[in-house]
Design a binder for this molecule. Structure first.
Ligand code: SF4
Ligand code: SF4
Length: 129
């Protein structure tokens, strides 16, 4: 598996932001035990599961003070970083694609401007795959 931001010990500066936990699709990977979470069929990939949502489209595990399952959240949550999305996807693609949360893409763009050079270099390497 390609090195993730977790492997490289890069901290995503969310600072209370929970955009990724709203109206998004947290996919459960094959190497994870989906039975430990409340899930539902993935809206794009019917044979796969994603974390369940509340009626307002927030993640089922989003509480008043953020994620309620920090230690056991899925791999995608542990390795997600909006800056990577922004590095991988163009503005036009992000705007038009139904698969991409444009607000998350924009947040990534904001954070990239404040990211130090060393981290930026590492993120670009990860984004290249
Ligand atoms: S949009 Fe960025 S800052 Fe906000 S929760 Fe997602 S990764 Fe964190
Ligand atoms: S599990 Fe936690 S981090 Fe992942 S989307 Fe849900 S609330 Fe957010």
């Amino acid at each position: 598996m390609m090195k993730s931001i977790k492997d490289r010990k890069i901290v995503t500066p969310c600072n209370g932001c929970t955009l990724c936990c709203k109206n998004d699709a947290v996919r459960i990977y094959d190497f994870e035990d989906a039975s430990q979470w409340k899930t539902e069929p993935h809206f794009l990939y019917p044979n796969e599961r994603m974390l369940a949502h509340k009626s307002n489209h927030d993640c089922y595990y989003l509480g008043e003070n953020g994620c309620t399952i920090q230690e056991t959240k899925p791999y995608m949550c542990k390795t997600g970083d909006c800056r990577l999305l922004t590095l991988k996807v163009s503005f036009d693609e992000a705007k038009e694609s139904k698969r991409i949360n444009f607000y998350v893409w924009k947040k990534g763009q904001q954070l990239l401007k404040k990211t130090d050079k060393k981290t930026l270099k590492q993120l670009k390497k990860i984004a290249k795959g």
